[in-house]
Design a protein around this ligand. Structure first.
Ligand code: TRP
Length: 499
């Protein structure tokens, strides 16, 4: 009997050592601040600084902001809590978490998320490369002497192999995107604490400082106030279904939801910490950057309108041109020295925001291969980075270089990059919808509650719990399911005019 017991306790002991060993190997954030900064870093990205202001501009300014805020707090916040809880409860990557909590079949949802992450990073890195090139060209080159910014941008994204120099710097997009991907890989290869956490602890505070600096400056420009008014005073007649669809899509993308990025980060988060309050801080940090980016961009646009003596509506603020064409023109108007300083800082800010996001995107497939296949982190990181970079090449050459990719016949003549960006939106909303179904119908919402009590002893009696339950059980699956259908109809069948 004693022998049996010894045998059993010995086995138990080894099993314990083994789990501790794998847990230690996975890495952890050093504490709450590290996790919050990293997750906020993932959330704050090109979505906030590049996409949010132009969507707001297209959708009536203040009214879009209002819809967006409702989406964030009523729908996205609960999903974020759920996603982090899944990761922390399972203590594994996206695939491992779903399969551990719900069986092998649900693991496919994790794989679907990993696939979505690869898709997003492939095009995201291309746009980040553009921003990185602009940062170098404005700070150290002579981009601001160009004067025809529309023409420059067109050529710049068109010819990715152009090794000729602008102000002594190469003009090749291929090089910029490659460097950006290498920076991402370098950070991820250093692991959770030394790589992801340490880099976020530097870049996130710097990002806020630069952002606030530029806003203060832009508010002092002539006609700035009319931009602020457009942005802050809602005109309810502008409220359309399209506004709600765009707001929801954007909120979801901006908070990095639906594909397992936060499951992965959540799995490195200590059980002692409070998930509900951390998620609230992350949502507020992300929303504040989106809000404040609008507060930076609209006064600048109205200043430009004033300078050129035209109506602000005449300045095309939609799509990529907003930060790559309109803003450089504004920096040009500021004069050679100030333009270089403000413009250079602006694009440095965009690079920081993008880098903290690409890091989180790369971590998702890396964590999967490290956890499930037991591959060495460093090797996996460089291999994945290379694969994803290659996957991004069609997006990179779709801006004019290869005409067939510039106008896809099955996608209403849109380019390949737009196609991939839209596909990722669909993956995220479908992923989010299935995730909420997973929590309430498979894993069990009470199990989520159990996870949320760790680090928050009053959770069971709180109102937040009721709110989370209602959203995750009913609102999220219905709304996200509907949204996915609407986006598919809109994108593939072009029925946006119907809504
Ligand atoms: N949220 C980031 C942005 O706003 C992009 C991003 C990073 C992302 N990781 C993600 C989007 C995961 C969806 C899923 O730019």
């Amino acid at each position: 009997m004693k022998r049996l017991f010894d045998n059993f306790s010995l086995r138990f002991y080894f099993a314990l050592i083994a789990t501790q060993h794998t847990m230690a190997n996975r890495g952890n954030f050093s504490g709450r601040l590290g996790f919050i900064l990293a997750a906020a870093g993932s959330a704050v990205g090109l979505g906030n600084i590049w996409r949010f202001p132009y969507l707001a501009g297209e959708n009536g300014g203040a009214i879009f902001l209002l819809v967006y805020l409702c989406c964030i707090f009523l729908l996205c916040y609960p999903i974020m809590v759920g996603e982090i809880a899944i990761g922390r409860a399972a203590n594994s990557d996206a695939f491992g978490s779903y399969s551990r909590l719900g069986g092998k079949k649900w693991g496919y949802l994790g794989l679907f998320g990993i696939f979505a992450g690869i898709l997003i990073l492939s095009f995201y890195n291309v746009v980040a490369g553009w921003a990185f090139g602009y940062f170098l060209h404005i700070s150290f080159g002579d981009l601001l002497n160009h004067n025809n910014f529309g023409g420059f941008f067109g050529e710049y994204v068109n010819d990715i192999l152009d090794l000729s120099s602008v102000g002594g710097l190469t003009n090749s997009n291929l090089v910029f995107s490659l460097v950006f991907m290498c920076l991402t890989a370098l950070i991820v290869s250093q692991g959770i604490q030394k790589g992801i956490e340490a880099s976020n602890k530097i870049m996130m505070p710097s990002l806020y400082v630069i952002l606030i600096g530029i806003i203060i400056y832009s508010l002092t420009l002539p006609n700035a106030l009319s931009g602020v008014k457009f942005y802050l005073i809602p005109d309810f007649s502008e409220l359309k279904i399209q506004t709600v669809v765009d707001g929801l899509k954007q909120a979801f993308f901006s908070l990095s939801l639906g594909m397992g990025a936060l499951i992965t980060y959540g799995s490195y988060f200590s059980k002692k910490e409070n998930i509900t309050s951390s998620a609230a801080i992350i949502s507020i940090a992300d929303t504040s950057v989106a809000f404040v980016s609008g507060l930076m961009v609209f006064p600048l646009v109205h200043f430009l309108a004033y300078k050129l003596n035209i109506n602000p509506q005449e300045i095309g603020t939609s799509g990529p041109p907003l930060i790559f064409v309109v803003l450089p023109q504004i920096f040009y108007e500021m004069g050679p020295v100030l333009g270089r300083i403000i413009g250079g800082s602006f694009f440095l800010l965009v690079c920081f925001a993008a880098l903290t996001s690409t890091v989180s995107l790369l971590e998702v497939p890396v964590a999967y291969l490290v956890d499930q296949k037991k591959w060495k982190r460093k090797r996996v990181v460089w291999l994945m980075a290379l694969i994803i970079f290659v996957c991004g090449l069609p997006s990179m050459v779709s801006q004019g270089m290869i005409p067939a990719l510039n106008s896809l016949p099955f996608y209403r003549g849109q380019d390949f990059l737009t196609f991939i960006a839209d596909m990722s939106d669909i993956c995220l909303t479908v992923g989010g919808c299935l995730m909420s179904i997973f929590i309430s119908r498979k894993w069990g919402i009470h199990n989520m509650d159990v996870e949320l009590v760790h680090g928050n002893s009053t959770y069971m009696q709180s109102r937040v719990r009721t709110f989370l339950h209602i959203t995750i059980k009913w609102i999220a699956p219905i709304l996200l399911g509907l949204l996915s259908v609407v986006i598919i109809l809109e994108k593939f069948f072009g029925i946006e005019n119907l809504i």
